[in-house]
Design a protein around this ligand. Structure first.
Ligand code: SF4
Length: 396
């Protein structure tokens, strides 16, 4: 039986988030407004205080109780003693020559995660933020730097939304105008994509909860249709995303035969291309929407004319948009980027068959912020090793 829940009701999914941790602290970043009201009631406080705290966090992006200036000193002290806001803290910000900003954030338990702000110079305000859903990833895609970290843990819903709030705060400090009369912040970040570290549907409860927190009326009121969740093909949770949120779906396809896909994406051994495309057909698409198919192009692996023709056959009957992503080579992966000519021929073949197909411009590759390059310390370590290897071979 499928349970269809109210897409705006963050209480409809209730993983064990409201419980205090072993130190007796409740992480308020994870709480819906109704959870927060219940907490205040249980702690002998008036519930309108919960509304104030919720707005401080999710609308004004204030990530410490000290900053909530309309609360009494006593209440702030009480909150500090029994609650916490576990927002990841900025460790470093790197800015690319093209304006892309990569944030390394440290979680409360000392893991590093990354998110990337991608400005769009040609269309004011059409900026994108790419956020992480896990520390590392269990999916093992062979072209991806995050895979080398393996899965350390899921991010909580609060840790996911805090990436958006932290970046907005940083952008504001760096001269971006955030119109306070527009709580939704879509004028600064038009697209929020769950394409950073991790497989979002492997952490589906917290991802769904985070989409609802970001979209809360008393928060940023950020429209779910501006959110895209990308999956490597975790078929079992795709329908849930469609039934419980209005977010858009992106599928990382990357191959046109099961042999190749299983080789580069182990998830294909469990759910093969047919299963994946059947799940896409069952995904509850709103009118006018399409599934985005990401296709990372790997030289000599999946970029032949025959691949293009197979892709055309696979896409038949699907409401699709296809993004071709020329691979960004990095030392944690054995693959190479195809030539620009090869990419252009592939695109032309698919476009001539009547499909919407785009080549995604590589952004931020000089700071390892491009697609598939969020490998944190692992990638930095591999880069250092690569430099050592290069200088050793130069010396010999
Ligand atoms: S591409 Fe995505 S799903 Fe695959 S290993 Fe990397 S982060 Fe995980």
């Amino acid at each position: 039986m499928t349970v269809i829940t109210n897409k705006n009701d963050v209480t409809a999914i209730r993983p064990e988030l409201e419980e205090a941790d072993s130190q007796g602290l409740t992480d308020f970043l994870n709480l819906s407004l109704s959870d927060m009201r219940a907490w205040f009631e249980n702690h002998g406080e008036r519930t309108f205080r919960a509304d104030q705290v919720f707005q401080w966090i999710h609308r004004k992006r204030v990530l410490s109780f000290e900053g909530m200036t309309n609360l009494s000193k006593d209440l702030r002290q009480k909150l500090n003693e029994s609650a916490i806001l576990r927002a990841p803290q900025i460790e470093t910000v790197q800015e690319s020559a093209d304006g892309t900003r990569k944030y390394q954030l440290r979680t409360y338990d000392d893991f590093m995660i990354e998110c990337v702000f991608i400005p769009n110079a040609s269309a004011a305000g059409r900026n994108t933020l790419c956020i992480s859903s896990q520390v590392g990833c269990a999916m093992g895609c062979r072209f991806c730097a995050t895979a080398a970290i393996k899965l350390k843990r899921n991010l909580g819903a609060g840790e996911i939304v805090a990436q958006l709030y932290t970046v907005l705060n940083d952008l504001e400090q760096n001269g971006y105008e955030l119109d306070k009369t527009k709580p939704h912040a879509q004028h600064v970040i038009a697209n929020l994509v769950y394409m950073g570290m991790g497989e979002p549907l492997h952490n589906v409860d917290n991802v769904i909860r985070s989409i609802r927190l970001i979209g809360a009326d008393d928060g940023l009121n950020y429209a779910a249709r501006r959110i895209t969740v990308s999956t490597s093909g975790l078929v079992k949770n795709m329908l849930r995303l469609g039934e419980e949120t209005d977010a858009q779906l992106a599928v990382s396809l990357n191959a046109t035969t099961d042999d190749t896909r299983s080789e580069i994406m182990p998830v294909n051994r469990k759910w093969q291309i047919k299963d994946l495309l059947d799940a896409c057909r069952s995904f509850p698409l709103k009118a006018g929407r399409r599934v985005t198919f990401e296709y990372v192009m790997l030289a000599g692996i999946n970029d032949s004319d025959e691949d293009a023709r197979r892709l055309i056959r696979l896409m038949k009957g699907l409401k699709s948009k296809i993004n071709l992503i020329p691979f960004n080579p990095h030392p944690l992966s054995p693959y190479e980027r195809p030539s620009a000519e090869r990419v252009a021929v592939f695109q032309r073949l698919v476009a001539d068959a009547g499909f919407s197909v785009f080549v995604r411009t590589t952004r931020g590759d000089d700071i390892d912020a491009a697609c598939g390059m969020l490998g944190g310390e692992k990638l930095e370590g591999a880069r250092e090793q690569e430099l050592v290897n290069i200088s050793l071979s130069d010396a010999s």
